[in-house]
Design a protein around this ligand. Structure first.
Ligand SMILES: [Zn+2]
Ligand SMILES: [Zn+2]
Length: 221
């Protein structure tokens, strides 16, 4: 784009949903939340229908919950904040990373908040394959249903943060503040969205007053 070309208008925070019903309506209007709601519901139903439960189901669910902070952190740091890589005459700049930069640039624009749809084309077969090839069917279904539920929760929390609705409960208020600091204070900190555990372990958590304000929160680089 020429520097003289008119810049696209950025979305104002005042345009975001303010009440919980408005937040839910916006959430339910977008395709990615619909995909995740459908998947989570179908996989939980499938798991319950299949039966054959054992204590290992609990172990699979617990293992996933414990590893989720690392999953969020690693994807955010290494995939979403991927720095374009020159490869000869070309540059490798994955679409999902560009979508995340657009989200940082225009953090109140609803359609940039959700998981980009193109990622489902490779993540769904990859995740399904990993679970189904590594565990017996009942446990693989538990893993799949738990993954879908955690992904749906991530999608909901991330959307909630980018609205004017302030959560009432302490854990959600903490998530809300945490991700807003990532967007508004310093994009090199506070990578977790539904949990701050990985940030604490990997030294990317901090008190607002101890972390320098970044000039590149909107652009990333
Ligand atoms: Zn965000
Ligand atoms: Zn980010």
């Amino acid at each position: 784009m020429s520097p003289d070309a008119p810049q696209p208008r950025l979305t104002l925070a005042s345009e975001c949903p303010k009440t919980l019903p408005e937040v839910f309506m916006t959430f339910a209007r977008h395709t990615s939340p619909r995909v995740l709601m459908g998947l989570a519901t179908a996989l939980v139903a499938l798991r319950l229908h299949h039966g054959d439960f054992s204590p290992w189901d609990l172990a699979v669910g617990l293992g996933l919950v414990l590893s989720w902070p690392a999953v969020e952190w690693l994807i955010h740091v290494f995939v979403l904040h991927f720095r374009p890589l020159p490869l000869g005459a070309r540059t490798w700049d994955p679409k999902v990373s560009r979508a995340h930069r657009a989200h940082h640039e225009d953090p109140w624009r609803a359609d940039l908040i959700f998981v980009p749809l193109h990622t489902y084309v490779f993540t769904l077969p990859l995740i399904a394959g990993l679970w189904l090839l590594s565990l017996p069917l009942p446990l693989a279904l538990t893993g799949l249903a738990s993954t879908a539920a955690l992904a749906l929760h991530y999608e909901w929390v991330h959307h909630l943060v980018h609205t004017r609705y302030v959560p009432k409960t302490a854990p959600y208020k903490a998530m809300w503040k945490h991700h807003r600091l990532h967007h508004m204070k310093n994009e090199q900190y506070w990578f977790g969205v539904t949990t701050r555990l990985a940030d604490r372990l990997l030294a990317t958590d901090g008190r607002r007053e101890d972390v320098p304000t970044s000039a590149t929160c909107r652009t990333l680089f």
